[in-house]
Design a protein around this ligand. Structure first.
Ligand code: FAD
Length: 448
């Protein structure tokens, strides 16, 4: 290693460390293998050592030691990110944050938790008093709240509350800086957005304060349609109906459901489907909107306990995973459709890439408007064709967050890698040690 790992070990005496190369290599990976491009690019990246702090005081010790010895530090939580966010590009320390769990306090409408807490555990605890997180990724059963805030964007619940970037969806974050004398900062309201989707480059999050939503009794529903655009239109109407309480509205085109394993029995051959999570009290009005356009094939209370596969594990980026289980030749895109000509734009993309880009959409609110994001399945041929398909989407007004690149700026043209995050990074990580290589604008400014 190019770093003084022996010296670091001495500094961290008493903190659990793992340096077995096989374990370190394995834990230095995430779900980047979804991308054939990242799969080649990141194959041989690995940390030198894993540090497993038990509490914030130990996080501070690890941060101080890394700063003094100029050793890179990459935070890893559950490692379910898709773009190598948790892969240490420059080696160094992988900081496993998953021992920092537990709820600090809960009030009606908000909760304060340690950053390594699993999303499912948080919901199970808050539901006892009738609340739940406003949104979660489809990886809820394994992912952590810190990983979601630092690496994710939104998911189940975003049809009602928008994404994490919407004001009010992250109330506060507590971070440890990467300095020789690490500081602990509390970021509130707007300032909390400085750690949202910055891939752990703007401080080590140790605690988060998140807003809660009412925990409705959710009903999982599948409706089958002959034509995909009918499923899309019906879903759009449900998403627009403010009086219908919902958490998930996901149209999925044939033949994708034929890859749905256990769920296949509820997905008639050749049909497109609409997957929804609807509050029990809203089921009647929901069915009235669907009318006789489609046939309900499944309806049951949502379940996510041990031994069950929740319905949402067929939506968002789990749709890709379900297909990858039996066929590794595909990959995916990440799209945001224009709200002002949504149906036209969705139909246009389907017509333009028949059999190459397979549609499934996620209705969401974005900036106060109902629109659709999508993680369509792409039958992969070459990197050149992939880039061409991306460019053709952008030319047609569909925004792409490219999931085949490692830096946050390259991946999110419509998101922020803004001056605010860059300026903040200089304050909290003056030596550029936090997840180096992920914030390209910072790397470029260092080179000057
Ligand atoms: P990790 O993957 O471990 O980390 C993610 C990033 O956050 C890394 O850059 C890491 O360095 C950083 N990080 C983690 N913890 C901290 C911390 N405490 N302090 C500072 N930085 C930290 N994402 C969505 O937004 N919505 C979805 O619906 C969704 N669906 C998915 C479906 C599948 C099948 C897969 C594989 C991924 C999906 N994702 C989705 C991506 C990912 O699962 C989520 O973003 C998840 O919340 C990441 O949490 P994690 O604990 O696994 O984080």
């Amino acid at each position: 290693s190019r770093y003084d790992i022996a010296g670091l070990k001495a500094d961290l005496d008493g903190i659990q460390l793992i340096d077995e190369p096989q374990v370190v290599r394995k834990r230095s990976r995430d779900f980047f293998w979804y991308s054939p491009i990242l799969n080649t690019e990141l194959a041989d990246k690995s940390a030198d050592i894993i540090a497993c702090p038990r509490d914030e005081a130990e996080v501070v010790r690890v941060a101080a030691a890394c700063a003094r010895r100029r050793i890179p530090l990459t935070v890893r939580a559950a490692g379910t990110g898709n773009y190598g966010q948790a892969v240490p590009l420059e080696g160094g320390v992988l900081l496993d944050i998953t021992a920092l769990t537990g709820i600090e306090w809960q009030k009606p409408g908000s909760v304060r938790v340690a950053a390594g807490a699993r999303l499912l555990d948080i919901d199970m605890a808050t539901r006892a008093s009738g609340f739940e997180l406003r949104m979660h990724p489809s990886t809820k059963r394994s992912a952590t709240i810190g990983g979601f805030v630092a690496g994710g964007s939104g998911g189940v619940g975003s049809v009602t509350y928008g994404g994490l970037r919407e004001p009010g969806n992250i109330l506060a974050a507590r971070i440890v800086t990467l300095e020789e004398e690490p500081r602990i900062l509390e970021l509130r309201d707007d300032a909390a957005q400085k750690v949202n989707r910055s891939y752990g480059t703007t401080g080590i999050i140790t605690a988060l304060e998140m807003p809660l939503a009412p925990a409705w009794p959710w009903i999982d529903v599948i409706v089958a349609f002959d034509d995909y655009m009918d499923a899309f239109q019906a879903g759009y109407e449900v998403a627009l109906a403010d009086g219908i309480v919902k958490k998930l509205v996901t149209p999925i085109s044939a033949p994708i459901p034929s890859y749905f394993g256990a769920l296949k029995q509820h997905c008639p051959e050749g049909k497109s489907i609409l997957i929804c999570m609807i509050a029990e009290a809203s089921l009647g009005p929901f069915k009235a909107i669907i009318g006789n356009r489609g046939t309900t094939t499944y309806e049951a209370p949502s379940e996510e306990g041990p031994g069950t596969v929740p319905l949402y594990e067929y939506t968002w980026n789990h749709t890709t995973l379900q297909w990858l289980k039996s066929d590794r030749s595909i990959t995916y895109l990440q799209c945001l459709f224009p709200h002002d000509r949504l149906v036209e734009s969705a139909a246009e993309m389907i017509a333009r890439f028949p059999d190459e880009v397979l549609a499934h959409h996620e209705f969401i609110r974005f900036g106060g408007r109902v629109t659709a994001s999508a993680l369509p399945i792409l039958r992969y041929s070459t990197p050149e064709r992939l880039n061409e398909v991306i460019a053709l989407h952008e030319d047609a007004g569909v925004m792409i967050a490219n999931p085949h690149v490692v830096s946050l700026e390259a991946g999110s043209r419509h998101k922020r890698a803004d001056a605010d995050q860059l300026g903040f990074k200089r304050e909290v990580d003056p030596y550029g040690l936090l997840n180096p290589g992920k914030m390209a604008s910072f790397t470029a400014s260092q080179a000057k």
